[in-house]
Write a protein that binds this ligand. Structure first.
Ligand code: MG
Length: 375
C-alpha cells in the first residue's frame, strides 16, 4: 500500500486472519490475495449474466451485477483512499458483496426466500458469505475461498438475529450491536450511492424515467439546473450524465468530509474504538442523507415498480418458484450433479442445496432450465 494507513484502519498485522492458516503471500498482502481469489472465483464470473435491475438480455448497455460491483468498488476505493483506509480490503469486500445474488435481481431473491420459508429462508447477503465460505469449490485444503475475517465481516452487511446466532463470531455484532470496520461501513454506503445513481442512468436510457420526473428529486434538480445553464446546447442524454456525475461527486464528498469530521471528534486510537460505537462512523450529513433517501424512494416508486420492470419481475418469480418446486419434487440429474448425495439428505437440507443451486444460476441459465423442465 502506498499511503500510510490511519491508526483505526484494518491493519493486516492485527487481523483476525483466516479460518485455515496459510503461508503468507509473497507478492501481495493478505487482502490483495482475498481480492484476487474473489476475482478468480466462478461466482464472480457469473455476475456478468445476472440482473441488476434490467434482465441481462434486455440490452447490452444496462448494468449487470458485475458492472455494478465494479462501480461500487471504484467509488469505495476512492473514499477509502482519501480516508487512509485499507484499499485492498475495501476492494475485496465490494467485489464480493453481491456474489450471493440470485438470477433476476431482487425479484429472484424475494421468491427464493418465499420458497425457503419453512427451511430457514434465503438472504442474499448471507448467501454471499456462504459462497465465499462454502460453495466455491476449487481449493484442496479448504472449502470456499478461506478469506480473511475482515473481508467476510464486510460481506455480511445485514443479518437477521436468528441467522446471526448460528454464525458464531461473524454474527456476534448483530446480536451485541457493535460496528464493523470502517472499511465495511464505507463499502455498505458506497453500494447505495452507486445503485442510486446508476439506476437513474439505466432507467433514463430505457426510457422509463424522464428528465422532467427526475427534476422533482431535489438532488437531481439542483445539479440539473446548473448543467443546463452551463451547457445550453447539450443533448438530454449528456445533461443527465453531467448531472449524475456531479451528484455522485457531491454525495461522495459529503460522506468523506462528514466522516472525517466525526472521526476528528471521536479521535479513535484503534479499530476497537470504531467497533464500539453505537452507530456507523461513516455517515452522510443529515441533509444529504435525506436527499439521498429521497432519491432511493423515487427509484422505488418510479423505476422498480414501473410496469415494464414489474412485468419482468413477475415472470422471474414464476420461473424461480417453478424451478424450486420442480427440483424438490422431481428427481433431476442436474441436482445430483450439483450435490452428489442429494438423495440421502433430509427435506430441509435438500431445500438448502436447491436454494444454493438456484442462487448460483445466471439469468440465462435459469431461463434455459425453466424451458427444459416446464414442458
Ligand atoms: Mg450491491
Amino acid at each position: 500500500m502506498s499511503k500510510k494507513l490511519a491508526i483505526y484502519a484494518v491493519q493486516q498485522e492485527l487481523s483476525k486472519g483466516r479460518e485455515i492458516n496459510e503461508p503468507n503471500p509473497k507478492l501481495r498482502n493478505e487482502f490483495q490475495r482475498d481480492r484476487d481469489r474473489i476475482i478468480h472465483s466462478s461466482a464472480f464470473r457469473r455476475l456478468v449474466y445476472k440482473t441488476q435491475v434490467f434482465v441481462n438480455h434486455e440490452g447490452d448497455l444496462y448494468r449487470t451485477r458485475l458492472t455494478h460491483s465494479l462501480e461500487v468498488s471504484q467509488i469505495a476505493r476512492t473514499i477509502a483512499s482519501s480516508l487512509q483506509l485499507n484499499e485492498p480490503l475495501i476492494e475485496a469486500i465490494t467485489l464480493a458483496h453481491d456474489l450471493g445474488h440470485t438470477p433476476f435481481g431482487h425479484a429472484g431473491q424475494d421468491e427464493l426466500n418465499k420458497c425457503m420459508k419453512d427451511f430457514g429462508g434465503f438472504e442474499h447477503n448471507l448467501q454471499s458469505l456462504r459462497v465465499v465460505e462454502h460453495l466455491e469449490n476449487r481449493y484442496v485444503e479448504f472449502n470456499g475461498l478461506n478469506l480473511m475475517y475482515e473481508t467476510r465481516e464486510g460481506i455480511l452487511k445485514h443479518c437477521s438475529k436468528k441467522n446471526a446466532k448460528r454464525l458464531g463470531g461473524l454474527g456476534e455484532r448483530f446480536l451485541k450491536k457493535y460496528q464493523p470496520s470502517l472499511e465495511a461501513q464505507i463499502a455498505d454506503i458506497a453500494d447505495a450511492i452507486t445503485y442510486n445513481h446508476h439506476d437513474i442512468d439505466d432507467g433514463f436510457r430505457a426510457g422509463l424515467l424522464t428528465s422532467k420526473q427526475l427534476r422533482e428529486v431535489r438532488l437531481f434538480g439542483r445539479f440539473n439546473s446548473d448543467v443546463k445553464e452551463k451547457y445550453p446546447h447539450a443533448s438530454e442524454r449528456q445533461l443527465v450524465h453531467e448531472t449524475l456525475r456531479r451528484m455522485v461527486d457531491f454525495v461522495i464528498n459529503d460522506l468523506i468530509l462528514n466522516t472525517s469530521h466525526i472521526i476528528s471528534n471521536i479521535q479513535p486510537k484503534n479499530i476497537n474504538e470504531i467497533r464500539n460505537q453505537k452507530h456507523y462512523i461513516a455517515q452522510l450529513t443529515d441533509k444529504t442523507k435525506q436527499e439521498h433517501y429521497e432519491l432511493k424512494k423515487f427509484l422505488r416508486e418510479h423505476l422498480y415498480k414501473h410496469k415494464t420492470v414489474q412485468k419482468m419481475t413477475d415472470r422471474a418469480k414464476i420461473m424461480v418458484k417453478f424451478l424450486f418446486s420442480n427440483y424438490m419434487t422431481n428427481k433431476d440429474k442436474k441436482i445430483n450433479e450439483f450435490h452428489h448425495n442429494f438423495d440421502q439428505l433430509d427435506e430441509s437440507d435438500k431445500a438448502r442445496v436447491i436454494a444454493d443451486y438456484i442462487a448460483g444460476m445466471t439469468d440465462r441459465f435459469a431461463i434455459s432450465e425453466y424451458n427444459r423442465l416446464v414442458q
